[in-house]
Design a protein around this ligand. Structure first.
Ligand code: FE
Ligand code: FE
Ligand code: ZN
Length: 302
């Protein structure tokens, strides 16, 4: 029996590196995880500690976590669709790929980029040029293009746009796709008809390209283009629809990553403080919706 491959976004700090990320993932009873190698919104990056990384790979073995299932997320300040800062964007992505290689990881999720007003076709052209500048035959990391909600001027909100990008890249074999359920729904796709969506994906891109799924519910209705994540089963997509995707027989080997929001300290406060992942993963494994999950999480971490 293939075990469900599931985890969440976890932190990665200068002090504990990959070891800290593993510890956090294990505390959620996850068997994979995703992290940023530094703050996603800025470019300051501490160098990778090779000693910690070596220890961490032993820990991964002990915990039965396959490094191939671990996902690194590229910083979202990289915008390959924007013609401005081409050199900065490409050299920063190149450095990020090197960091992923040093960490012994193989999958880097990337937001394709926002065209900032020059139009989606020009934006995609820029993305393709940038990827062809960064990726060569020696690149050991797969770039996973994430499907986007279409917020603002985001490119990659349809399968056609993703397919167009892949087709323009010389080393296509190194480009894969990360589905994000919140983004797909916000972009207008009906996840209640997920089999049809997979069929369309297979025709336009190829099912073998799906290398990660971000499992998020959405705060907003289908087609809203808002990109506001909700806890699993607590949004407009709903528990049963998300569960079908998580357990879809064609996606068994694909790592599922929760990027759902933290839980607030009390029902009245706004500050999000408690990670939901231990409880969301448990609920997903029980396959049974629990409306009291937020209260249980508050009780547990208090
Ligand atoms: Fe993302
Ligand atoms: Fe995502
Ligand atoms: Zn999102």
């Amino acid at each position: 029996m293939d075990e469900l491959i599931i985890g969440s976004h976890v932190s990665f700090t200068k002090q504990t590196g990959l070891l800290g990320s593993i510890k956090e993932a294990v505390s959620y009873k996850a068997n994979t995880f995703m992290f940023y190698t530094g703050a996603p919104q800025n470019t300051s990056r501490a160098s990778i500690d090779l000693e910690i990384t070596a220890y961490a790979h032993t820990a991964l073995e002990e915990e039965n976590i396959d490094p191939q299932n671990i996902i690194v997320h590229a910083p979202y300040i990289i915008n390959l669709a924007n013609p401005a800062n081409f050199d900065f964007n490409t050299s920063f992505l190149k450095k990020e790929i090197e960091r992923v290689e040093m960490l012994g990881m193989t999958k880097l999720v990337l937001h394709p980029g926002s065209h900032v007003g020059i139009g989606v076709d020009k934006g995609i052209e820029n993305i393709i040029n940038a990827l062809n500048t960064v990726i060569d035959a020696k690149t050991r990391v797969d770039i996973l293009l994430e499907t986007m909600a279409g917020k603002g001027t985001e490119c990659g909100k349809t399968l056609e746009e993703i397919s167009k990008i892949i087709n323009g890249v010389k080393h296509k074999e190194k480009i894969k796709v990360c589905l994000d359920t919140c983004h797909l729904s916000d972009a207008g796709y009906d996840l209640n008809k997920f089999d049809e969506l997979l069929q369309e994906f297979d025709k336009k891109i190829g099912l073998e390209k799906i290398a990660c799924i971000h499992i998020n519910d959405s705060l907003n209705e289908r087609g809203s283009h808002k990109d506001r994540h909700a806890n699993f089963g607590f949004g407009k997509i709903g528990f049963e629809t998300l569960l079908k995707i998580v357990y879809h027989p064609k996606l068994k080997k694909v790592p599922k990553i929760l990027e759902t929001p933290y839980i607030t300290k009390t029902e009245e406060t706004k500050e999000k403080v408690y990670p939901p992942y231990l409880f969301e993963i448990e609920m997903i494994k029980k396959k049974k919706w629990d409306k009291d999950l937020p209260q249980k999480i508050r009780k547990f971490y208090k």
